[in-house]
Design a protein around this ligand. Structure first.
Ligand code: SF4
Ligand code: SF4
Length: 67
């Protein structure tokens, strides 16, 4: 079990993190940031392995992983 945090101001809603999470537990959420982009969020901490694929793939370095 691990947790990710998405820094909302950096996220541009590209969905790369969601597409590359092996557990498919990252999705574009319901909140938008000040630029109007939909912010990614993790939906199931219990399934997260802490692999950091989401953080590595993010072009804007918006994701931090906490193991
Ligand atoms: S890859 Fe980064 S910028 Fe793209 S949706 Fe995920 S957190 Fe946002
Ligand atoms: S750390 Fe790995 S399992 Fe956890 S949300 Fe990111 S890509 Fe998915």
């Amino acid at each position: 079990m691990a947790k990710i945090e998405v820094e909302a101001g950096r996220c541009k809603g590209c969905g790369l993190c969601a597409a590359n999470c092996p557990k498919k537990i990252v999705h574009l959420g319901k909140t938008t940031n000040q630029s109007g982009y939909t912010v990614a969020e993790q939906t199931d901490e219990a399934q997260c392995t802490g692999c950091a694929m989401c953080a590595v793939i993010c072009p804007d370095m918006a994701i931090s992983v906490y193991r």
